[in-house]
Design a protein around this ligand. Structure first.
Ligand code: URA
Length: 440
């Protein structure tokens, strides 16, 4: 605070740099100023780095979440007659469950107003994936968002000038300033967005392990507990599942590749880990909304929507409603594909013991699926297709991964990053359970 009593940004930065707790007024001042464009990116980047090193108290984290939430409008969706529910993941590699569960849960009777993010560091983003569908618009107006929800029970948008605008800017800044893996910043980013959606219930998929932002199990639990506490404090039904991110989810990593695999999953042909996780999260969504009495009943209902094709039909209609080409659901060749392929093969026989998740996510990003600077444009067709999952038997010469690429220089960087990423051993690795812990 300056001598005349007014708040100054350098003083806020100094206070956080030196490890002191900020007041609600200081946090509100900073986030409101940043949203209006009065606080420049360089000061906000310094703030993010100070929080990264110094952390925040639970009270500061709640204040930051509220400031992010009220940087824009909070949607009133009370005119939708039915429960409104969403899911958010803390970020992973090949984690495309949102695309599968949103239409499935809609097919089971809930509304899913989904506000998502873009690729962040080595993890993918739902918005970038959806934009790889020719014509698909994530930048809907609020009226268009509402109309799509009314008609199809699902709509996907990003943060806008109206909804969670502070997160739109800060998310992009954190992505390129090495300030993503930070409990208070992740909490405020996710809960600020999700609480603005006008939902009744929320399931959080908190990732842990090598490919997660919170790599240590205890940190993932702390993140889950904070987010659940904030959500409940705002009157929502919220639960979090802690899930393993030591290998990518499914087999495909990259924007259009992940759309392709989501379509396969909605056709009932997806890889088991991806389908099981999507069903589990969907079942939680149905239980939290009260549409199903218990998880087992939820799972049965979701599997029915999968088997009948009802989920795929809704996905197709939502793609069309948001300007995309729905024919991709019948023919995934209509999605953009990279021009070239390079295979990585096993040089010994055994079992796949590790597919290092972070390295694979970073390699996909280096191929062009993610960003190095705020201004970078992602390449929709590039990515990595895995040939084996952890625990699978491998013969010498088997394809462990195929890189889909357009640019030789990018391929070279990705191959260097993948050096040692696939480990074959003589013993079969036991895969961890689907859900490691539930926080309610
Ligand atoms: N997902 C988000 O929306 N925000 C984060 O900070 C991390 C993951």
């Amino acid at each position: 605070m300056s001598s005349d009593g007014s708040i100054r940004v350098p003083a806020i930065l100094e206070k956080k740099r030196d490890g002191h707790a900020l007041t609600k007024s200081e946090i509100d001042f900073l986030i409101a100023g940043y949203t209006r464009g009065e606080v420049p990116d360089y000061q906000m980047a310094a703030f993010a780095m100070a929080v990264y090193f110094r952390g925040m108290t639970d009270g500061e984290t709640t204040d930051l979440t509220r400031a992010m939430l009220y940087s824009g409008v909070v949607l009133d969706l009370s005119d939708l007659r039915g429960p409104k529910v969403d899911k958010h993941s803390t970020g992973g590699v090949g984690d495309k469950t949102s695309l599968i569960l949103a239409p499935l849960v809609a097919a089971c009777g809930a509304y899913v107003p989904m506000i998502s993010g873009r690729a962040l560091a080595h993890s993918g983003g739902t918005l970038d994936k959806l934009e790889s569908i020719p014509g698909f618009r994530v930048g809907l107006s609020l009226d268009e968002f509402r109309a799509t929800l009314h008609k199809h029970r699902v709509s996907f948008i990003g943060q806008t000038k109206e909804i969670a605008p502070a997160d739109k800017k800060l998310y992009a800044l954190r992505d390129v300033t090495a300030t993503v893996p930070c409990l208070p910043l992740i909490t405020a980013s996710i809960m600020g967005k999700k609480l603005s959606e006008g939902i009744d219930a929320l399931i959080l998929d908190v990732k842990t392990g090598d490919g997660a932002f919170m790599q240590r199990y205890e940190d993932s639990i702390a993140l889950a507990e904070r987010m659940v506490a904030i959500g409940k404090g705002m009157g929502k039904r919220v639960a979090a599942v802690i899930t393993d991110m030591n290998e990518p989810t499914g087999l495909m990593i990259g924007n259009s590749l992940e759309i392709e695999e989501s379509i396969q999953a909605l056709r009932g042909e997806g890889p088991k880990d991806l389908v099981d996780l999507s069903v589990e999260l969907s079942a939680w969504m149905l239980v939290l909304t009260g549409l199903q009495p218990a998880l087992e009943a939820g799972r049965t209902k979701v599997r029915e929507a999968l088997a009948s094709g009802a989920g795929l039909e809704i996905f197709k209609r939502v793609i069309e409603a948001q300007g995309g080409d729905p024919r991709v659901c019948d023919d995934t060749n209509r999605l953009p594909h990279a021009a070239k392929r390079r295979e990585i093969r096993a040089d010994e026989k055994g079992f796949l013991a590790q597919a290092r998740c972070r390295a694979i996510g970073e390699a996909s990003m280096l191929l062009g699926a993610g960003r190095d600077t705020v201004a970078d444009v992602v390449d929709p067709g590039v990515g990595i297709v895995l040939g084996r999952k952890v625990g699978d038997a491998v013969d010498r010469g088997d394809v462990l991964a195929t890189l889909h690429y357009n640019d030789e220089a990018r391929l070279d960087r990705a191959l260097i990053r993948l050096n040692g990423a696939f480990v074959v051993s003589q013993d079969r690795t036991v895969r961890p359970p689907l859900v490691l812990k539930v926080i309610e």
